[in-house]
Design a protein around this ligand. Structure first.
Ligand code: SF4
Ligand code: SF4
Length: 206
């Protein structure tokens, strides 16, 4: 069975994401799709965005149990469910409860191999964009983590978190003024389609 799949590429700088219409009817048919194998990790660029735009969500994340908190990141660990896992932000009825721009990088960029949009010749411009963005995010996150560490700030110590976030918001505001050319030269939104044969259950490759 062939299926036309529509992808919408959103260039929002450090909050860019890919929207896929197939996800609402994921061929894995297990109410989890790719989210059944992942634990989201929020890095400084994500934390800063949430701090400035969705502070209640940031507080909620830090209120959860079974977190892995490192110096400059927090992992919301999934829970075991059946033969896979369940992300703590995933609901059986509606999928991810977070709007796409609020998710961390992998969750904003990931599209399963079954769709394989990166192999499409017509989409190499967006492949290039997301490859560069991934590298850029890693570079920025590492750089900011280093600066915060040099100031003696770490998320591991709850008493330092207020100062950590104060410094992080300054870094973020500065970073937004200096976005690289590959971000500023791409359109904010672009819709593309491709056709794929559908397979179901475990046959649909993540
Ligand atoms: S496995 Fe593919 S179709 Fe299913 S939710 Fe993930 S990205 Fe969407
Ligand atoms: S945060 Fe959302 S998109 Fe990411 S793994 Fe969890 S449910 Fe899926």
């Amino acid at each position: 069975m062939e299926k036309v799949i529509t992808l919408v590429f959103h260039n929002q700088g450090l909050r860019s994401y890919i929207e896929v219409d197939l996800c609402a009817q994921c061929p894995r048919q297990d109410d989890k799709g790719c989210c059944g194998f992942y634990s989201p990790v929020f890095y400084p660029t994500d934390l800063a965005y949430l701090l400035l735009n969705e502070p209640d969500l940031l507080n909620y994340i830090f209120s959860l149990d079974h977190l892995t908190i490192l110096d400059a990141s927090v992992t919301v660990n999934n829970t075991i469910e059946g033969s896979s896992y369940r992300c703590r932000f995933h609901s059986k009825e509606n999928g991810c409860i977070l709007s796409q721009h609020l998710r961390e990088s992998i969750c904003r960029h990931f599209v399963c191999s079954g769709i394989g949009w990166q192999e499409e010749d017509s989409m190499q411009d967006w492949r290039d964009f997301f490859d560069k963005l991934t590298d850029y995010e890693i570079e920025v996150n590492n750089h900011w983590a280093e600066i915060l560490k040099e100031k003696g700030l770490t998320l591991r110590d709850p008493s330092l978190r207020e100062r950590f976030f104060d410094e992080l918001s300054i870094l973020y505001e500065e970073g937004l003024k200096n976005l690289p050319d590959f971000v500023t030269t791409m359109p904010e939104r672009d819709t593309r389609s491709l056709t794929r044969p559908l397979k179901f259950g475990p046959d649909w490759i993540l």
